[in-house]
Design a protein around this ligand. Structure first.
Ligand code: FAD
Length: 225
């Protein structure tokens, strides 16, 4: 793991925060959509320990590293409390960035991005990457929230990326996503969010006959919804 220092945190609304750190790898261009493991040493960690995986929610050209997460106050793990209480200059440790929840090389592929709540984090990086690099692709983002109060501002997307926010639990089913996939004439569907939600959607889409090779998933364990 590589050492870094905490810089600041920003409240995005509801129980959502972005935490900013010094970029730990000066010689490495991480890809939008990749994740890291963050270690924060703290006294008496609970059974979940002092490390967590987080998607990097910004892009490497920012020359800093950001993660975005939910904070449940007193109900939080010792890790999240340690994260929330970091002071400017405090030492943390990062693994190298990794993962395949990244844009495909073929720019002609039409992409349907699906986020459940906090599962928006990889798209924060991906949309920003597309905008900053003028990386033009046909994509549509569907962001499912429990309530509109959970909505927060995400990086500006290129005008080609259509965005839809939904809050209807009854609608947000594999059948709906398959219909969206067909209507958008998508080549790939990306699904990111709390583990139980992503599992239901992925299994449902496979049952409905969508080939495994067109589905890319990013599971966030530790969240109920
Ligand atoms: C590849 C990968 C990428 C990830 N990226 C991210 C990311 O970008 N952002 C992110 O936040 N997490 C991400 N995660 C998940 C992250 O690693 C943690 O598991 C998650 O944030 C939960 O943290 P925690 O265990 O410290 O629990 P806390 O968040 O502190 O939760 C504490 C308690 O709250 C309860 N709780 C959970 N969900 C709810 C809810 N909806 N309402 C009320 N209470 C609830 C739980 O029972 C839990 O015991 C990622 C995981 C992986 C594997």
């Amino acid at each position: 793991m590589t050492s870094s220092h905490f810089i600041s945190k920003k409240h995005l609304g509801s129980n959502l925060y972005t935490f900013t750190f010094e970029i730990p790898w000066y010689d490495m261009q991480f890809q939008a959509g990749e994740f890291i493991e963050l270690k924060i040493e703290h006294p008496n960690p609970d059974e979940r320990g002092d490390k967590r995986w987080f998607t990097v929610s910004n892009v490497w050209t920012d020359v800093r590293l950001e993660i975005t997460t939910r904070y449940f106050g007193d109900k939080s793990s010792t890790f999240k409390k340690a994260l929330f209480n970091l002071k400017k200059g405090d030492l943390v440790h990062f693994s190298e960035p990794m993962g395949d929840f990244v844009l495909p090389k073929d720019k002609k592929l039409r992409l349907l991005f699906v986020a459940g709540g906090i599962g928006i984090t990889p798209y924060m990086a991906i949309l920003k990457y597309m905008e900053v690099n003028n990386d033009i692709r046909s994509a549509k983002l569907i962001w499912k929230l429990n309530s509109l109060e959970d909505r927060f501002e995400i990086p500006k997307a290129p005008k080609e990326v259509e965005q839809l926010v939904i809050t209807d639990n009854d609608l947000f089913k594999p059948e709906y996503l398959l219909e969206q996939f067909k209507r958008f004439k998508a080549d790939r569907i990306y699904i990111s969010g709390p583990e139980p939600m992503v599992k239901i959607l992925n299994d449902g889409l496979l049952k409905l006959g969508l080939p495994k090779r067109v589905i890319n998933t990013d599971y966030f364990p530790g969240y109920i919804n």
